[in-house]
Write a protein that binds this ligand. Structure first.
Ligand code: GLV
Ligand code: MN
Ligand code: MN
Length: 417
C-alpha cells in the first residue's frame, strides 16, 4: 500500500465515526435503541442538516439534486476528472436500527476527513453521497434516489406516490429541498469514475466466520408487487360466509398460494409480505378492501424471472368472488460488481491484515443502480447476529472503523487512476 494511502488510513478515527453514528441515532430515536427516520420526513431533514454542518466545517462543498440526493465533495487536483463516489442512505425502516445506511454515509465522511487530515491529494474529486429514500418503507419503492439519479427511472413517475397517511411524495420532497436552500444544484447522472458503498452485512455470515470484511461480489434480483383485493363489507355476525365477498379471506388464500410457489428446500428464495392495509379494519365487519405488498428475491436470473412471472397467475387463481388488481412496482435483475473494484476492496482488506471473504448481498442497495453507470463495489462489516431492519441492530465500533479504513484505501486507489 502506498505511503500516502497508509497515512490517510491511519487517520481514520474510530471514536469520531462512532460518535457521529450515535449523534445521528438521536434523530428519529425510538424505544429499544432503534431509529425511525422516514425518507423526506422532518427527521430526514434534520439528519441532512447535521451531515451538511459536518461537511461545511471541513470546507467540503455540498450539492443536491431534484430528488434530494446529497453530494459532499472533496476536490481533486484535476477539476475536469469524474469523481470517485461513495456513500449510502440516511433514511431508515419504520422500526429500523442505528447502522443500516447511515454507516455508509458516515464511513464516507470519515474517509474524506482522514484524507484531509493526512493532506493527501487525489487526481479525482471524492464525493460522499446520501441517497434519498433507499428504504422505500415510507414511500415505495426502495432505492428511489439512485434509480432516478442513474436514469433507470423517471422522477415524474414517483411524484404522485402517497404514504400510508395520504401524504404526496411531491409535497414531502418539496419541503425537503426547501430546507436546504444553500446547497448547490446538481444534475442527475453526472459521470462517475467508480462507486463504492460500505454497509453492515445485515446477515450473520461474517460474524459466524469471524471475518471483519465482506468483499461484495453482487446483489440478488428482486420483484415487488402491490396487490389489491376488492370485495364488499358486511356484518360479521349476520352475513353467511357463503354469500360474502371477503377481501381478506381471498388475500390470505393468495398469500398461501405464494408461499407454496416460493417453497424452496435450499432456503435460497426470499419471499415476504411485509405490508397490509385492511379496510374498514374492524373486528366485526367483513373486509371490503385489502392491499398487500409482495417481495420475492433470488440470486439466479432465471429463477427470479420464473418466480416473478408466476406471482400474478397464482394471485388471480385465489380471487374467486373479489376483484383483484396487481401492480408490479419494482424489478431489479441480479447484478455482478465490476471485478477491478472487487479486487481493489480485496487488496485493501488484505493489506490491512483484516480477515475477509467474498460474498453476494441479499439486501438491495443503491450500489445496484450505480453498477449500471460506473464500476461499482461494496464493503460489508459484521452486525450482531445478522439482525437488521430491527431496533436491535448492532455493530462493533472496531469493525465499523475497519470498514472505513478499507473504504479509504479503496477510494484512494481508484481516485488516482
Ligand atoms: C433494502 O433495505 C432492501 O429491501 O433490501
Ligand atoms: Mn441499507
Ligand atoms: Mn434497509
Amino acid at each position: 500500500m502506498r505511503e500516502a494511502i497508509q497515512d490517510a488510513v491511519s487517520r481514520v478515527d474510530q471514536q469520531r465515526l462512532w460518535a457521529r453514528l450515535m449523534e445521528m441515532a438521536k434523530i428519529g430515536a425510538i424505544p429499544n435503541g432503534g431509529v425511525n427516520r422516514a425518507a423526506f420526513s422532518q427527521e430526514d431533514i434534520a439528519a441532512r442538516k447535521l451531515l451538511i454542518s459536518w461537511a461545511r466545517e471541513r470546507g467540503f462543498t455540498v450539492a443536491i439534486d431534484a430528488i434530494g440526493n446529497l453530494f459532499i465533495r472533496r476536490a481533486g487536483t484535476d477539476p475536469h476528472a469524474a469523481p470517485v463516489m461513495t456513500g449510502s442512505h440516511m433514511d431508515s425502516q419504520p422500526r429500523g436500527g442505528r447502522f443500516d445506511g447511515i454507516y455508509g454515509v458516515m464511513a464516507g465522511l470519515e474517509a474524506i476527513d482522514a484524507m484531509e487530515e493526512a493532506g493527501v491529494k487525489t487526481r479525482r474529486p471524492v464525493e460522499v453521497v446520501a441517497w434519498s429514500n433507499e428504504e422505500g418503507g415510507h414511500f415505495a419503492p426502495c432505492t428511489m434516489g439512485s434509480a432516478v439519479y442513474t436514469g433507470a427511472k423517471a422522477l415524474a413517475d414517483f411524484l404522485d406516490a402517497r404514504d400510508n397517511e395520504g401524504v404526496l411524495l411531491k409535497d414531502a420532497l418539496e419541503q425537503t429541498l426547501a430546507a436546504m436552500p444553500a446547497a448547490d444544484k446538481r444534475e442527475f447522472n453526472a459521470p462517475a469514475a467508480a462507486y463504492i458503498e460500505a454497509h453492515i452485512e445485515q446477515g450473520p455470515l461474517l460474524e459466524q466466520e469471524g471475518k471483519t470484511i465482506g468483499v461484495v461480489t453482487g446483489i440478488q434480483g428482486l420483484r415487488w408487487f402491490d396487490v389489491e383485493f376488492s370485495g364488499e363489507t358486511a356484518h360479521a355476525g349476520t352475513t353467511p360466509v357463503s354469500g360474502r365477498r371477503d377481501a381478506l379471506r381471498e388475500a390470505v388464500a393468495a398469500i398461501c398460494a405464494l408461499q407454496e410457489l416460493t417453497r424452496d428446500a435450499s432456503d435460497t428464495v426470499r419471499f415476504t409480505v411485509g405490508r397490509m392495509l385492511v379496510t374498514p379494519n374492524s373486528s366485526n365487519s367483513v373486509a371490503s378492501h385489502v392491499m398487500f405488498s409482495v417481495d420475492v428475491r433470488h440470486p439466479d436470473p432465471a429463477t427470479i424471472t420464473r418466480l416473478g412471472d408466476a406471482v400474478e397467475p397464482a394471485i388471480r387463481k385465489a380471487a374467486v368472488r373479489c376483484s383483484v388488481n396487481i401492480t408490479p412496482t419494482l424489478r431489479d435483475d441480479p447484478c455482478a460488481f465490476d471485478s477491478t473494484v472487487v479486487e481493489c476492496v480485496e487488496r485493501a482488506a488484505q493489506a490491512l491484515g483484516l480477515a475477509h471473504r467474498r460474498m453476494p448481498s441479499g439486501a438491495s442497495h443503491d450500489a445496484m443502480y450505480m453498477a449500471r453507470v460506473c464500476p461499482t463495489g461494496m464493503i460489508f462489516v459484521p452486525c450482531e447476529k445478522g439482525i437488521s431492519h430491527n431496533e436491535a441492530e448492532n455493530a462493533r465500533p472496531e469493525d465499523l472503523a475497519a470498514g472505513a479504513r478499507v473504504l479509504t484505501a479503496t477510494v484512494l486507489e481508484l481516485a488516482d487512476r
